[in-house]
Design a protein around this ligand. Structure first.
Ligand SMILES: CC(C)(COP(=O)(O)OP(=O)(O)OC[C@H]1O[C@@H](n2cnc3c(N)ncnc32)[C@H](O)[C@@H]1OP(=O)(O)O)[C@@H](O)C(=O)NCCC(=O)NCCS
Length: 195
């Protein structure tokens, strides 16, 4: 991602996170500019015919922060990613977005491949994230039962399932992770340790 890409990323966010996802949680130009100031090498975009069709935002967090399994706000330090720690162990994914018209064509997989490559280049321990589980609210299951069922492949979640296909392992559910009605404010904790 470069500064010129920012308007395209802001527009992409709006197509990728429609209501009821809270609009105030979408990246603004100001947020993205700060990400590029903090950790420019870890902000990625997918471009097709000069159009931004995918993006992935990241920060590096400390081992203690990762092991704490805290809420989004505490883990990343809000939308300006104040918890970025260049000496940390974990590349933490705060967003992956692919334009609705470009899904199912491997764009998310390519953005994830770049994340894993970054972990190896920097000799970090892992890639980690806490992902939305937007189909939880209509499943009728408890968050824990739902997370386990999706991880085992007995149920499909439109966000968690693709991330499992990228080789992430399921570690459990974090409750009250962020304001996200479809996910009942829960998130699935996922990691991939890179040898
Ligand atoms: C999640 C997301 C990034 C996936 O991107 P994508 O480019 O469509 O995914 P890919 O084409 O790389 O697909 C990866 C794998 O997931 C599977 N997959 C993709 N969408 C799926 C869905 N809705 N349900 C089940 N499986 C799905 C694909 O079949 C593929 O599996 P395979 O490679 O084994 O065949 C995209 O759907 C998205 O932007 N969602 C909205 C934003 C969002 O919720 N982001 C995550 C925030 S935590």
């Amino acid at each position: 991602m470069a500064p010129d890409d920012i308007p395209g990323v802001v527009a992409l966010q709006r197509s990728c996170f429609p209501a009821p996802f809270p609009e105030e949680l979408l990246w603004s130009e100001e947020h993205l500019l700060q990400h590029l100031t903090l950790c420019p090498e870890a902000q990625f975009v997918a471009v097709q015919s000069e159009m931004i069709i995918g993006s992935a935002s990241n920060l590096i967090i400390s081992e203690g922060n990762w092991c704490g399994h805290h809420s989004w706000e505490v883990t990343v330090g809000g939308p300006f990613l104040n918890m970025h720690d260049p000496q940390g162990s974990t590349l933490y994914g705060v967003d992956v977005s692919v334009h609705p018209a470009k899904r199912g064509q491997g764009v998310g997989r390519a953005l994830y491949a770049r994340r894993f490559e970054f972990v190896a280049e920097r000799r970090l321990v892992r890639y980690g994230t806490a992902c939305r589980v937007p189909d939880l609210s209509r499943s009728g299951l408890s968050p824990e039962a739902y997370g386990a069922a999706v991880a085992a492949g007995r149920m499909v979640d439109r966000t968690m399932t693709p991330l499992l296909r990228y080789g992430l392992s399921y570690l459990g559910i974090i409750k009250e992770y962020m304001d996200d009605p479809e996910s009942l404010n829960c998130a699935a904790l996922l990691e991939r340790v890179i040898a």
